[in-house]
Design a protein around this ligand. Structure first.
Ligand SMILES: Cc1ncc(COP(=O)(O)O)c(C=O)c1O
Length: 399
């Protein structure tokens, strides 16, 4: 179980059904068994020693992986176009574990200004306390990132599009600049999932998924993955995950694998529903702009068309200046189908007022009206639009 198979020639929709599991090894069962494991026993001293040497690849101790977590790792690695994957207990664990594996005291990190806020907070507290310096950069910087690279820059971190402002990054240009400087290009690829953006074909060295979102897909488990093509990077990340003490629960790994099998069809529906709702929002008088890279007039559309094969269901809406916070609350409080809550990527639609959640230190965010974030689920968009329309009417009535 050492060298993973290179991704097969089959198309994604075919691979998604089969990757990571061979029913013949499990009495023909279609799904892999859920192994609840801490201790693994060895028949001989020689066997124990041999497995110790291969602990990143074989089943050796629960924390280093079980047949269930390894099935998940193999499936995500294949779909994302990588060779190795390390799964951990949440998307945030994947972010922090990857950064801790790559950075040491004295190093410098270039972090995108539109990044998921807890990632920013991790850099500004834990990494800073560990002696790692972070400089934030404009998400639209492209190859201009070269001017910000310092001799100590070890990692350039991207998230495209950002999950609050939906600005698109020129990932290949930034990754190329990272490589010229001997730095590692890291991407939080959660919005696109392994299916809609192929990170390694665009120069990324290490791709992170908050698998909690679309991979799990049912809002019922926390999971994160870190995927790469380079064996040395894999060993660095896997060793760090073991040292920090990450371990994925058996049931979570199983739920991740089960969700993964329907990711392709779910995403197509999320995209179609999302675009339908986004277009309707564009026609609504209270809306200043819809932040959705699949819309032709979005500033990130050209990059999205060049690099992505589709869109997921998460996007933002800028409202015109005017409605008070209370009026926005009147809209959100009365929603019939949209629920309010963190995270996204499940089958259900969600709405949040994200006006005060947008934090910028390197590049301006000038919109001065309210900002909403919508996750469009698998409901019929006609019903979702009716729910939003009634919400806007409540907002207008509340002033
Ligand atoms: C872009 C992005 N990355 C990472 C995470 C963290 O994932 P988790 O909630 O699984 O820790 C999130 C969660 O919302 C996210 O939106």
């Amino acid at each position: 179980m050492s060298e993973p198979k290179p991704p097969s020639e089959d198309r994604a929709d075919t691979r998604i059904v089969h990757v990571g599991h061979d029913p013949r090894q499990h009495h023909g069962a279609v799904n892999p068994p859920v192994y609840h494991v801490s201790t693994v026993t060895f028949p001989t001293v020689a066997d124990l020693k041999a497995k110790q040497g291969r602990r990143f690849d074989d089943v050796y101790y629960g924390r280093y992986g079980t047949p269930t977590t390894k099935a998940l790792d193999a499936a995500v690695a294949d779909l994302e176009g990588g060779r190795w994957c390390v799964s951990v207990g949440s998307g945030m664990a994947a972010v922090s574990c990857a950064l801790m594996a790559l950075l040491k005291s004295g190093d410098h990190l270039l972090m995108v200004d539109s990044v998921y806020w807890p990632t920013r907070s991790f850099c500004d507290t834990i990494l800073r306390n560990m002696g790692v310096r972070t400089t934030y950069y404009d998400p639209l910087i492209g190859s201009g990132i070269r001017d910000m690279i310092e001799p100590q820059t070890r990692v350039i971190f991207m998230e495209s599009p950002g999950s609050l402002t939906f600005e698109m990054q020129d990932v290949p240009a930034i990754a190329a600049a990272a490589h010229e400087a001997g730095a590692v290009a890291v991407l939080d690829n959660t919005w696109a999932t392994p299916l809609l953006f192929r990170p390694f074909e665009h120069g990324v060295d290490l791709s992170i998924q908050a698998a909690t979102k679309y991979i799990v897909g049912h809002s019922d488990a926390m999971l994160g993955t870190i995927t790469m093509t380079d064996r040395a990077l894999f060993e660095q990340v896997k060793a760090t995950a073991g040292q920090i003490g990450h371990a994925v629960g058996a049931d979570e790994a199983y739920l991740g694998l089960r969700g993964l099998r329907t990711l392709g069809v779910r995403l197509r529906q999320h995209e179609a529903n999302g675009v339908a709702v986004a277009r309707w929002l564009q026609s609504w008088s209270e809306v200043a702009r819809v932040l959705h890279p699949a819309l032709p007039d979005d500033p990130g559309h050209t990059l999205w068309r060049r690099d992505f094969t589709g869109a997921s269901g998460l996007f933002g809406v800028l409202l015109k200046r005017g409605p008070s916070r209370e009026a926005v609350a009147a809209m959100l409080d009365g929603m019939r189908l949209f629920r309010m809550g963190f995270s996204w990527g499940g089958y259900e639609s969600l709405i949040l007022d994200t006006t005060t959640a947008i934090t910028r230190t390197a590049s301006p965010w000038t919109h001065d009206g309210p900002v909403l974030r919508l996750h469009i689920g698998l409901e019929d968009p006609v019903d979702l639009i009716a729910d939003l329309k009634a919400g806007f009417q409540r907002m207008l009535a509340a002033g």
